[in-house]
Design a protein around this ligand. Sequence first.
Ligand code: NAG
Ligand code: NAG
Ligand code: NAG
Ligand code: NAG
Length: 363
Amino acid sequence: MRSFTTTTSLPLLASAIWQLALLEGAEATSYDMIKEYAGSTFFDDWDFYGNFDNLTNGDAIFVTADVASSSKLAYVDSSTNRAIIKVDNTTTVPFNEKRNTVRIASKDRFEVGSLWIADMYHVPYGCSVWPAWWSQAPDWPTGGEIDTFEGVNQVTMNQMGLHTTEGCTQVDPFQSSMLINSTDCNYLANDNEGCIVTNPTTKSYGADFASAGGGVFVTEFAEDGISVWFFSRSDVPSSITSNSSSLDTSTLGTPVGNWPNGGCDIDSFFEAQNLIFDITLCGDFAGAASVFAETCSGTCYTDYVMGDGSNYANAYFDVASVRVFSTSGTNTLVDGNAAPAVGISTWAAVGGVLAGIVAWGGL
Ligand SMILES: *[C@@H]1O[C@H](CO)[C@@H](O)[C@H](O)[C@H]1NC(C)=O
Ligand SMILES: *[C@@H]1O[C@H](CO)[C@@H](O)[C@H](O)[C@H]1NC(C)=O
Ligand SMILES: *[C@@H]1O[C@H](CO)[C@@H](O)[C@H](O)[C@H]1NC(C)=O
Ligand SMILES: *[C@@H]1O[C@H](CO)[C@@H](O)[C@H](O)[C@H]1NC(C)=O
């Protein structure tokens, strides 16, 4: 979710022949479900930002829960039972004003040793639109950031990445990813581009994502590395479609994004993460003139955000569920407000630890 503005790195081609046995950070691990956001209670355990976008300079107001509900920017569709998170596409925005949209962060924070699965049918896209499904620790850049899904404007492929303090780098050829854009995760390097990889399939973003019936993103936040898998709807493995309360990563195959701990000690650079959905407009990344011009014409704010909302009919997430798993129930922190969907024995013990921490975090 962090942005870069001026540098574009050439992608490095990871070694064409890649063997699981050689890959650090992809050991098979079995996880148990500890939390589910789905159906009519999807929005129960999230904080709505409730302020204009003072994080990435977008031309957007992240509305409160009340406004999101009353103006139907965050709601559960009664016909599909899925959560919709969207940009306001019914209001005419006058010059110099911002457009309403949504940013939600989970009240719970999930520690190293967690894995989360997001099942979506549609992701936001279109000129000026900058959506992300990601996570960060409250004291960012301390504690790190994991971007599972991010795109801007009319790009056609999902980009994934990490952002950290100085010292976390990716050492070729151990990443499984085929399109590696950058390898230094340090937020101070390359204008905070992060260590980015791109999913080579257009089914991972935009119109192609939706027409394929969406898909499932899996994020593994493990001590030996961070990995992202993406499955287009027809490729979702039965270990996920079965909606089982446990998951073994050996059923998932090769991750499309992978940051093993070889050049980046996960325990040192990452802390418990808040999960976040947001959609901003223009701002540091989508609105950067050179980035905007790659896939859109005109001027980001005046030609799209301003005026009627006709540009935003596709600017929404349609989410069937977010399910969070952990190894042996020892690594999930709760801020005290959110109720567990599934009881775990250590819940009460960890539940008080973060009481009082405001979950929406810093930058
Ligand atoms: C953004 O605005 C909120 C609400 O006013 C404030 O608490 C927060 O510190 C601001 N963040 C930044 C980075 O300015
Ligand atoms: C990453 O590399 C891919 C493949 O060359 C390219 O399409 C994409 O625009 C690059 N992304 C960034 C953020 O530079
Ligand atoms: C998945 O299974 C859990 C029980 O393990 C159930 O509570 C939940 O409703 C199911 N979710 C979906 C989206 O089917
Ligand atoms: C707004 O977007 C929704 C989809 O999110 C679409 O069904 C509707 O037609 C759009 N409304 C306008 C006025 O463009």
